[in-house]
Ligand binder design. Structure first.
Ligand code: AMP
Length: 180
């Protein structure tokens, strides 16, 4: 089967945020049906929507996969559960959040999955990391590039997203023991 390109958003604001993000990347990489193609820098970001919570670490991953979108989401949700995703309230703190941002040019909505992710164009913590991997990627329903969507962000949205670690942050052999 031909491999499809997809982008996944990673976020954590509970516990050892860096370890959770690294473990998420390692578990995706260990999945035989997923090829990790690129990892954005890691950003520290201000919470949005529910702002009475800790700051997040966020990054975006580019993958190739033979999994269909719904199955890819299930794989992501298994990783969230494995790393103890424990949501106390909607949009509240979480050890790990994996969002399927784009899957090729797919546009659809089912009970469990909306593609592209419906908040992509509003979230600086997604757009800024994504722009480091795919600035010219076109949002398939808005017909705007990621770069163009970034340019629409307000100054305060952009200020809330600060680069914390350069590309390569995910390579940490030491954190592997946590989920072996
Ligand atoms: P959250 O905990 O805020 O990440 O929301 C997770 C819920 O959103 C799950 O019930 C998913 O089935 C649903 N969902 C719908 N579309 C997506 C998507 N593109 N990526 C991740 N979760 C999604």
């Amino acid at each position: 089967m031909k491999s499809a390109t997809a982008f996944i958003g990673v976020g954590s604001n509970l516990g050892d945020r860096l370890a959770f993000c690294r473990q998420a990347v390692a578990l995706l990489r260990a999945d035989a049906s997923i090829e990790l193609k690129a990892v954005s820098p890691l950003y520290e970001t201000a919470p949005v929507d529910f702002i009475e919570q800790g700051r997040f670490y966020n990054a975006v991953l580019k993958i190739g996969t033979v999994l269909l979108p719904e199955i890819l989401l299930e794989h992501c949700q298994e990783i969230e559960q494995r790393l103890g995703k424990n949501i106390l309230r909607p949009k509240g703190p979480r050890t790990l959040d994996l969002d399927l941002l784009f899957y090729e040019k797919n546009i659809f909505q089912t009970e469990h999955l909306t593609l592209p992710h419906p908040e992509v164009e509003n979230r600086a913590f997604v757009l800024l990391p994504l722009s480091t991997l795919a600035p010219d990627l076109l949002h398939p329903s808005l017909f705007l590039s990621i770069q163009a969507l970034c340019a629409r962000l307000s100054e305060s949205q952009q200020k809330g997203v600060q680069k914390y670690l350069e590309t390569g942050w995910e390579k940490d052999e030491g954190s592997m023991g946590c989920f072996k």
